[in-house]
Write a protein that binds this ligand. Structure first.
Ligand code: PLP
Length: 390
């Protein structure tokens, strides 16, 4: 039997007993040649499916031309990508490129501190949120289990219940520089904010002079059926962070901010060696081009409707939450726990993951085919019905 001990790696993960060696579209293969339907997409990363030909070709071509130059110099691709992202967010802003979601959020947090200035540095975030594992992003994360043991954290983060506008109203005093929220709490169990919540947050922030930072690292770039999940509310955030799907698997993140806010940074204020390098930007430009030319956000909305409807027909599922193709299937309390279900699914050839005890997250490729949805829901249904092992 294959040994899965990865001796050289720090034990920060507890990986499932499978080693993937190849991917194409919605499918993954392990080293024994077994095929799996990927309904997780590397956690909402490979939104166009694995090894999308256009993105692969763009990276291949850029890899033979120029991989990396320092931000001490101009490159051709970063400004083009920044303009594309600005158009998608709604215009009137500028972008800082990072390598991950946490770093995009770090940039947003530093920008908020620069904006607020002395005595106005606090950031309100939500309980149950997830913003990343670097220290400031962790301090913003409203899940003590993730940060206990790593204190002291950077000071100045306050948490309020997600979706509770009066709690936010009460906390939003003159010491607050920004409110930082996910448009849907992904890691927190695919929790969608009540209708109108984000718009009301934006209204209060505008009234009190605080920034609205929306973390669209998981929800952004078509996943929920719009380019960004905040666009369901027609609000104009001050700062939007994104990563995951931006490079379809190439590590790249971005922090977009309205120009008046973005221009508070001056040279030397913030930097990262790799941010905006040509190779990563080539993947992101190709990803956005495919998403736009194939109307991918709209397709994700439709496919998400079909997936949610099919999941809703399983009696073993109590509730389906989420938007587009970021869905949480909430299990019945008397059934197996979500981890057990995810593990059974893997054995049956479906990749999903568990969020807490009772939610299975589904985040397939945004180009998932109707037949693949049928196969995936069939496996999940069978895994839920399967008799417990042992
Ligand atoms: N923000 C949100 C909403 C996320 O879901 C994640 C990752 O899951 C992050 C930030 C952190 O992104 P990364 O793991 O790329 O640092």
């Amino acid at each position: 039997m294959t040994s899965f001990v990865d001796e050289g790696l720090m034990p920060t993960y507890a990986p499932a007993p499978v080693r993937f060696v190849r991917g194409e579209g919605s499918w993954l293969w392990d080293e024994d040649g077994k095929r799996y339907l990927d309904f997780l997409s590397g956690i909402a990363v490979t939104s166009l499916g694995h090894c999308h030909p256009r993105v692969t070709e763009a990276v291949r071509s850029q890899a033979g031309r120029l991989w990396h130059v320092s931000n001490l110099f101009h490159n051709e691709l970063a400004p083009r990508l920044a303009v594309r992202i600005d158009e998608l967010v709604g215009g009137g802003g500028k972008v800082f490129f990072s390598n991950s979601g946490a770093e995009a959020n770090e940039a947003a947090i530093k920008l908020a501190r620069r904006f607020g200035g002395h005595g106005r540095h606090r950031i309100i975030a939500a309980y149950n949120s997830f913003h990343g594992r670097t220290l400031a992003a962790l301090a913003a994360t409203g899940q003590p289990s993730k940060w206990e043991g790593f204190q002291p954290l950077p000071e100045g983060f306050v948490h309020v219940p997600y979706g509770d506008i009066s709690a936010l109203d009460a906390a939003l005093d003159g010491s607050v520089a920004a409110v930082m929220l996910e448009a849907i709490q992904g890691e927190g169990g695919v929790v969608v904010a009540p209708n109108g919540y984000l718009a009301e947050v934006a209204r209060l922030c505008q009234q009190r002079g605080a920034l609205v930072i929306l973390d669209e690292v998981q929800t952004g770039l078509g996943r929920t059926g719009r380019w960004f999940a905040f666009q369901y509310e027609r609000i104009r955030p001050d700062v939007v962070t994104m990563a995951k799907a931006l490079g379809n698997g190439m590590p790249i993140g971005a922090c977009w901010a309205r120009s008046e806010i973005a221009d508070l940074f001056v040279p030397g204020d913030h930097a990262t060696t790799y941010g905006g390098q040509p190779l990563a930007c080539s993947a992101a430009l190709a990803t956005l081009e495919v998403m736009q030319s194939q109307d991918v956000p709209r397709r994700a909305g439709q496919a998400g409707g079909a997936l949610a409807a099919a999941l809703g027909r399983l009696e073993t599922i109590r509730e389906v939450r989420g938007r587009g193709l970021l869905l949480g299937a909430v299990l019945q309390p008397d059934g197996p726990d979500a981890k057990e279900v995810a593990s059974r699914c893997l054995g049956m050839g479906l990749v999903v993951n568990a969020l807490g005890k009772d939610v299975i997250r589904l985040a397939p490729s945004l180009l998932v085919a109707p037949e693949e949805i049928e196969v995936g829901v069939g496996i999940l249904g069978a895994a839920l019905e399967a008799a417990p092992e042992g």
